[in-house]
Design a protein around this ligand. Structure first.
Ligand code: HEM
Length: 416
């Protein structure tokens, strides 16, 4: 059970409020007494916080009234920023549909099933390397190593460049945390990068690298996603430079930090719930439900945003055209009306229709099947050892209300 005392006057959902953990009490209060709540924010005007599961679903389905074209997270975009920075994530149909079509087949359940053997090979290598050490940072040395390697293979990025991509991806997704990037999103310095994704200089490096790869794939086509992007035909033309840049950067960032964090939170949850490790070790058929519970528990993306297109009323509140609407997936995933005992970590939970990938609507996560595969393989490979894992210090969280991030988590592996 969660304590829901507190006052609506003090609601704070800024990045700082997440440093010591998710403010679950605030979300429980909002779900109960103000499910559509005007939330003040230090980065600009306020926004509407949507905290109940069913309301989040309704907004996700309704792209005609709740557009993605004005930005997908809290940052305010002016006209020139929305032109320069939009990827398919920040587009509505039909433009969104034609871009998503280029890559959707490579992430379908059938395509993803073909990736399992190399996902397992990559995972086994990392498990072997890290378990040799008695104590290590689980984030950097384990969880960060797998998603980008898998992704590089699918995209057709040279293996030797994955470390570089991991570093750029970290800077972009950690753009509100001064421990992660020198140019944080609300700093004056970031003004120079306002036309680049995440207002961060790492975006320029990703663009430059992506364009180099594009030329390379143009000359030497292969069976990979980058070759498809380089040769894409959208209504009779190739992708324009900005379309390619933003698509490449979206793909690099979307699947890396997110899957890493699902793995980190999953291991942390299991270490803290040894009874659930025993259940899994005694009955491996629970792995499927365990993966879904890890995803619900972790909710690596805390929110995505929409913007109201035409005035609309929700739970008695009048939302005006232009208002920002923030869909708090982390809150929907603990909605007590949908999930019995939502703060209990239960590897056998079923049903478990969590919102972690967006669940419905045109932007439903492109990489959901791939992420599920990676998480399942990681936990299958770690399962024989998990009861020997211990936390060797306090996990350090990211200062972000967008990424549910753990930056550092020392673990030790004790002997049986
Ligand atoms: C646990 C891991 C992941 C989580 C939590 C996650 C979460 C999400 C969510 C919530 C959305 C919906 C955005 C919206 O409604 O505006 C989304 C979209 C997206 N995700 Fe994921 N994702 C994960 C893994 C991946 C992977 C591995 C990829 C690699 C391909 C990926 C690529 C994308 C893309 C390209 C979109 C935009 C889709 C569109 O606009 O049509 N994601 N993701």
């Amino acid at each position: 059970m969660i304590n829901i005392s507190g006052s609506l006057d003090n609601v704070n959902l800024d990045d700082d409020a997440f440093v010591d953990g998710v403010p679950h009490e605030t979300f429980a209060l909002l779900r109960q007494v103000s499910p559509v709540h005007w939330t003040r924010w230090k980065g600009g005007d306020g926004y509407w916080s949507i905290t109940r599961y069913n309301d989040i679903l309704n907004v996700l389905k309704d792209w005609k009234r709740f557009t993605s074209e004005r930005g997908a997270n809290l940052e305010n975009w002016d006209g020139d920023q929305s032109i320069a920075r939009r990827s398919m994530l920040e587009m509505d149909p039909p433009r969104h549909t034609s871009l998503r079509k280029i890559v959707s087949m490579d992430f379908s359940p059938r395509a993803v099933a073909r990736y399992e053997s190399f996902v397992r090979d990559i995972t086994k290598t990392i498990v072997e390397q890290t378990l040799k050490k008695r104590e290590f940072d689980f984030v950097d040395q384990f969880a960060a190593q797998i998603p980008m390697r898998v992704f590089a293979r699918i995209m057709g990025v040279p293996e030797e460049d994955t470390e570089k991509l991991i570093a750029w991806g970290d800077e972009l997704m950690g753009n509100t945390d001064p421990e992660v990037t020198e140019v944080t999103m609300y700093s004056e310095e970031s003004e120079k990068y306002r036309l680049y994704p995440f207002r961060n200089p790492a975006a320029l490096k990703v663009f430059e690298y992506g364009r180099w790869l594009r030329r390379h794939k143009w000359d030497e086509p292969r069976q990979d996603v980058l070759t498809k992007l380089a040769h894409a035909d959208v209504e009779g033309r190739s992708l324009m430079d900005w379309e390619f840049d933003n698509m490449f950067l979206l793909l690099i960032t979307a699947g890396h930090e997110t899957t890493r964090q699902a793995i980190v939170h999953g291991v942390e949850a299991l270490i803290r719930h040894p009874d659930q490790i025993r259940r899994l070790q005694n009955d491996a058929s629970l792995m499927q439900t365990a993966v879904e519970e890890i995803l619900r528990w972790a909710t690596p993306i805390l929110h995505f945003r929409r913007t109201v297109k035409e005035d609309v009323e929700l739970h008695g509140k009048k939302l005006r055209a232009g208002d920002k609407v923030v869909l708090w997936f982390i809150s929907g995933n603990r909605d007590e009306e949908i999930f019995p005992d939502p703060f209990y970590f239960d590897v056998g939970r079923a049903p478990n229709e969590h919102l972690t990938f967006g669940k419905v609507g045109v932007h439903y996560c492109l990489g959901a099947y791939l992420a599920r595969l990676e998480i399942r393989v990681v936990f299958e490979e770690l399962l024989p050892y998990l009861h020997r894992f211990e936390l060797a210090g306090k996990p350090v969280r990211m200062r972000s209300n967008f990424t549910h991030g753990i930056r550092f988590m020392p673990v030790k592996v004790v002997t049986d």
